[in-house]
Design a binder for this molecule. Structure first.
Ligand SMILES: [Zn+2]
Length: 291
């Protein structure tokens, strides 16, 4: 059999037997986790690789953060409204309202949306500039960024981030990253990463550059659809590497903390109403609201 470029895909059994401890918190593993998540990719068509084992709480409890990141990665000021990314983002709105209640209302609140005129090849078009600085947006993307850092640490060092380790992570949207900062970061990150399965790759949807000693530290700059960018340093020895360092937007996270960083959402309530015309009950689903 010929060996194809890219890593061999692993079966679920292989993934689960490889890691007995959750890569995010160290608890016993029960679930297979894809990082980046399947929903990040066009039509959920994800090349294999980067499957990890996690506990139920980390897997189920942070799926809203994956959904928000997949949504934000598709909202691009340079895209057209007919673009598939917009269509897929728009199609996610009901699931977002269910899993991350309040997030869309926060993101699209009038105080955060500013109409702007963009000059595209001499043609002026009306666009909306969204200031993504709300507390829910930050909480979800902070969780996603920390998860990504811990997953790539596992990928490159062959062991989970230990409890005494930590990941300092921060994220940007399209306009937030200056070219000179990117060039400076890339100059110290010689390795290029992506998912590749035969000829199917994650190019344009998930690419990263990183530097690592393959045992104690991974630093990386990760791009999703050229719109959401995550930068992080994940290390088993924060003291040696002087982490966390001063940074206005970076968050330092230790293993076991991500589930607790998720915004508190009360479960949807099911209200039973007397039914009409023979049906005993009509159920009305009331979306959960944050207190
Ligand atoms: Zn866990």
């Amino acid at each position: 059999m010929s060996q194809k470029l890219g890593k061999r895909s692993r079966s679920r059994a292989e993934v689960m037997s490889r890691d007995g401890e959750c890569i995010y918190c160290g608890q016993p593993t029960t679930h297979q986790e894809h990082m980046p998540p399947i929903g990040m990719f066009r039509k959920r068509d994800r090349a294999s690789g980067m499957e990890f084992a996690t506990c139920a709480a980390c897997n189920n409890g942070t799926s809203a953060a994956d959904l928000v990141a997949s949504f934000m990665a598709r909202i691009d000021a340079n895209g057209a409204l007919g673009d598939w990314r917009f269509q897929e983002a728009f199609a996610q709105r009901n699931m977002l309202m269910e899993l991350a209640p309040g997030f869309l209302a926060e993101l699209l609140s009038p105080a955060r949306v500013e109409p702007v005129l963009l000059n595209t090849n001499g043609v002026l078009t009306r666009q909306a500039m969204i200031k993504a600085d709300g507390p829910l947006t930050k909480a979800y993307l902070d969780v996603f960024s920390a998860k990504l850092g811990m997953a790539l640490y596992r990928e490159h060092t062959d062991s989970r981030l230990p409890d005494h380790g930590g990941v300092q992570a921060w994220w940007y949207l399209n306009f937030g990253l200056a070219i000179k900062d990117v060039e400076q970061m890339l100059s110290i990150m010689p390795l290029a990463g992506r998912l590749a399965q035969g000829r199917k790759t994650s190019d344009g949807q998930f690419n990263y550059r990183c530097n690592t000693d393959n045992k104690s530290i991974v630093v990386a700059l990760v791009s999703f659809h050229d719109n959401l960018h995550v930068s992080f340093a994940a290390t088993s020895d924060p003291q040696f590497y002087n982490l966390p360092f001063e940074h206005p937007r970076a968050r330092f996270t230790k293993p076991g903390q991500i589930a607790g960083m998720m915004p508190k959402v009360t479960p949807s309530q099911l209200i039973m109403l007397p039914g009409l015309g023979g049906a005993p009950y009509t159920s009305l689903r009331i979306p959960a609201r944050r207190a």
